[in-house]
Design a protein around this ligand. Sequence first.
Ligand SMILES: NC(=O)C1=CN([C@@H]2O[C@H](COP(=O)(O)OP(=O)(O)OC[C@H]3O[C@@H](n4cnc5c(N)ncnc54)[C@H](OP(=O)(O)O)[C@@H]3O)[C@@H](O)[C@H]2O)[C@@H](O)CC1
Ligand SMILES: Nc1ncnc2c1ncn2[C@@H]1O[C@H](COP(=O)(O)OP(=O)(O)O)[C@@H](O)[C@H]1O
Ligand SMILES: [K+]
Length: 513
Amino acid sequence: MKIFSKEQIYQGDKITEERQELPASELMERAGLQIFNWMHMRMQGAQVPVHIFCGIGNNGGDGLVLARHLITHGYNVEVYVVNCGNSRSDDFLTAYDKVKEVTKKWPKLLKCENDFPTFHKDDIIVDAVFGIGLNRKIDDWIKALFKHFKASGAFTLSVDIPSGLYTDAPIEDREGVVRANYTLSFQAPKAIFFLPETAEYTAQWEVIDVGIDREFLMQTETEFELISKNEVIPIYKPRERFSHKGLFGHGLIIGGSYGKIGAVQLASRSVLSAGAGLVTAYVPKCGYLPIQTSLPEAMVITDEDEYSITSIKFDLEPTAIGIGIGMGKAAESFKVFKTLLTSTKVPMVIDADALNMISENKELLELVPENSILTPHPKELERLIGNWTDDFDKLKKTSEFSLKHKVIVIIKGANTITVLGEKKFINVTGNPGMSTGGSGDVLTGIITGLLCQSYSPVEASLFGVYLHGRAGDMALEEYGYQSLLASNIIDYMGDAYIDLFKQPEQPQVEEAE
Ligand SMILES: NC(=O)C1=CN([C@@H]2O[C@H](COP(=O)(O)OP(=O)(O)OC[C@H]3O[C@@H](n4cnc5c(N)ncnc54)[C@H](OP(=O)(O)O)[C@@H]3O)[C@@H](O)[C@H]2O)[C@@H](O)CC1
Ligand SMILES: Nc1ncnc2c1ncn2[C@@H]1O[C@H](COP(=O)(O)OP(=O)(O)O)[C@@H](O)[C@H]1O
Ligand SMILES: [K+]
């Protein structure tokens, strides 16, 4: 699903109004009606007090249209206009007049803290103060209003985005943002719903279809894209009846050191569970017995050294290589890693200590083969690209890094983001149960296994991250957040594959009437 920028959303509105020859306020009417339908379906006429807080732009206008429908359907509604300036939008004014036609109880004007109403924790707050048009720091009294919402404990529904968040920019004041229990976002979610510094304000979200021009939606290229089942199904390569293991590649996992052989076992097993035909683990001598015993399906090549990787010599032609897990950063390991980078042409996943070696010796970046996949967690990313001021700065610097070195960077975490040049793909699967040692090794193995099966580096990255998270989500149901282990993610890889075609995903949009 595409994620549009603020400018693209305004452009989409304009194009839609022109192409569909819409009367003024029609999109706002659709927006308000859709939100009403959403609430009406859930509330079924319940007389819970609904407090609707409207700004003076179009977000506030949406709130007024909603208020009008709730009032005409007999709901218990209080409407407030948060008087934050003098520039009331035309559509806001139209919506305001229409509310006055259906009730004698006019919206209450709020100008300062003394005007704040009291509400009960069982009431409902609708936040239609600011949408994507927020363009500067909010006044202290509006910040106090948002704190007042939070202190009430009432369920808070935000229209389009939680008020106080910028659509395409970092947060300014963490207290000056509405904490929404639910956000109904028009046409597409916003990138801020998924970034570490802003995701907490949108506990749950849903998309409302206001009927933006389909051609515009299809043809507009976006910087961000959300990757869920619908996006990965077209990537999946079905198996032919007469296929054989030779078609599915041979993965080579290079890593491990004394006490960290398990990482290679996890990654190698993941290569196979992702579907590769063969896997070989390249480990120090001390890894021979553990891997042969715990993973009979794998082949093992050992280094000359007992405890760490000091020479990478193999007489096989791997289809893809995953390197770095549990490898350590010994001087010899660095030397052979450098040699491998200059000599290999096969697609590569570079993780953990291999990333750290690059960070400590930036000249290695010149040698990293084009389209290699780097899989840093945030700490490893910081070592690679330097520190950042906020999420947007981080993504900008990662894009620059990706463009400069022609690599794919997978920023791991909740909502893992795959960065390919300017483009950012946000993954939706995965859960905090996966915050456990070894789950990154599993991801490296899965992506290596997909590269073995002729998935392109970008396909392997997106599909791998999706499957890894999905398997983690399915494992969660059996193990729970605390007890989930990295190896459980591998156990559920089969279910994650089967699940792709099990139930078609329900579209996350409610059709416009
Ligand atoms: N396709 C769609 O997505 C559709 C979108 N629609 C809706 O339109 C919304 C966008 O509407 P919008 O452009 O009017 O902006 P909005 O968010 O109401 O805020 C602007 C107002 O706030 C003010 N203001 C700003 N910052 C401020 C501050 N710090 N402190 C105080 N004031 C501040 C600003 O004042 P000004 O800068 O002009 O002085 C202006 O008055 C969008 O989120 C969605 O809800 C639907 O109606 C139709 C389909
Ligand atoms: N809260 C979370 N939600 C979703 N995925 C998570 C979460 N925490 C961790 N993960 C995933 O688990 C993996 C952890 O990787 P990493 O930190 O490298 O672990 P390790 O080094 O122990 O193997 C990443 O793929 C990350 O996206
Ligand atoms: K809002």
